[in-house]
Design a protein around this ligand. Structure first.
Ligand code: ADP
Ligand code: MG
Ligand code: MG
Length: 254
């Protein structure tokens, strides 16, 4: 069984079915990209994986490390090793990024070992500095208050640092075209390229082919009208760039 297995997923928002039998398998060590036109349900998939209450799963299942993901609260998903970068991260006033990351890391450690007393502050400082060095981030960034006046690029930087800190088994990044300026694009792709490796699987959801010039996915999936209609290697993205979605629409929507 794959580390993350989505089988025949049907999801409704209000009365409208958005995901209509989506199948996807992701393993640690693999980088997957989902592409698809606007309104096709890409963010719906991300929100469903995150456990957003507005998204009703009416059929199918999601297994994460063999467990029924849909039975787990969002924070339980996170401590189990699933990372979801939020499209619009919320501001938490009065909490520094470093403190936020230390709490998140401690929650994850405690889930692995209930006896864990948390990482000692000096050790965490060293750990975080090493991660920031790896990602070529200025150390002062960790002292910033969370999302307090963060630019788009800084929000992305905070997300990538959170990913580096939590060392998830599966990371899901929902990247809209809006707000993904060239700076943010570079931060996300360099971050993913630095952190990708045998211990982490990544799913990049994008409206925006261009990110795939920077992140070379092992697998590309095309989503249309709530389903994955084609899967292939990185060349599928290039093919799509050349031919657009119209041919696929003709093929898959009668
Ligand atoms: P994508 O990310 O591929 O652009 P979304 O998952 O955001 O697609 O949206 C899929 C469909 O669901 C669209 O038709 C959109 O209008 C609809 N939708 C998204 N969010 C909501 C919502 N909160 N309430 C009702 N409809 C929604
Ligand atoms: Mg959209
Ligand atoms: Mg979207």
């Amino acid at each position: 069984m794959a580390d993350l297995e989505i089988r025949n997923l049907h999801v409704r928002i209000d009365e409208t079915e958005i995901l209509k039998g989506l199948n996807l398998k992701i393993n640690k060590g693999e980088v997957h990209a989902i592409m698809g036109p606007n309104g096709t349900g890409k963010s719906t998939l991300a929100y469903t994986l995150m456990g957003h209450p507005g998204y009703e799963v009416t059929d199918g299942e999601i297994l994460f490390k063999g467990q029924d993901l849909l039975e787990l609260e969002p924070n339980e998903r996170s401590v189990l090793g699933m990372f979801l970068a939020f499209q619009y991260p919320v501001a938490i006033p009065g909490v520094t990024l470093a403190n936020f990351l230390r709490s998140a890391l401690n929650a994850r450690r405690k889930a692995v070992n209930p006896e864990d007393k948390g990482i000692p502050v000096p050790e965490f400082r060293k750990f975080l500095k090493a991660k920031m060095d790896l990602l070529k981030m200025d150390h002062s960034f960790a002292g910033r208050y969370l999302n307090d006046g963060f630019s788009g690029g800084e929000k992305k930087r905070a997300e990538i640092l959170q990913m580096a800190t939590l060392q998830p088994e599966i990371a899901i990044l929902d990247e809209t075209d809006s707000g993904l300026d060239i700076d943010a694009l570079r931060i996300v792709s360099e971050g993913v390229n630095t952190l990708r490796g045998p211990e982490m699987g990544v799913l990049v959801i994008t409206h925006y082919q261009r990110i795939l010039n920077y992140i070379k996915p092992d697998y590309v999936h095309i989503m249309l009208a709530g389903q994955i209609v084609e899967s292939g290697g990185a060349d599928l993205a290039l093919h799509l760039e050349e031919h657009g979605y119209d041919l696929l629409r003709e093929k898959y929507t009668a």
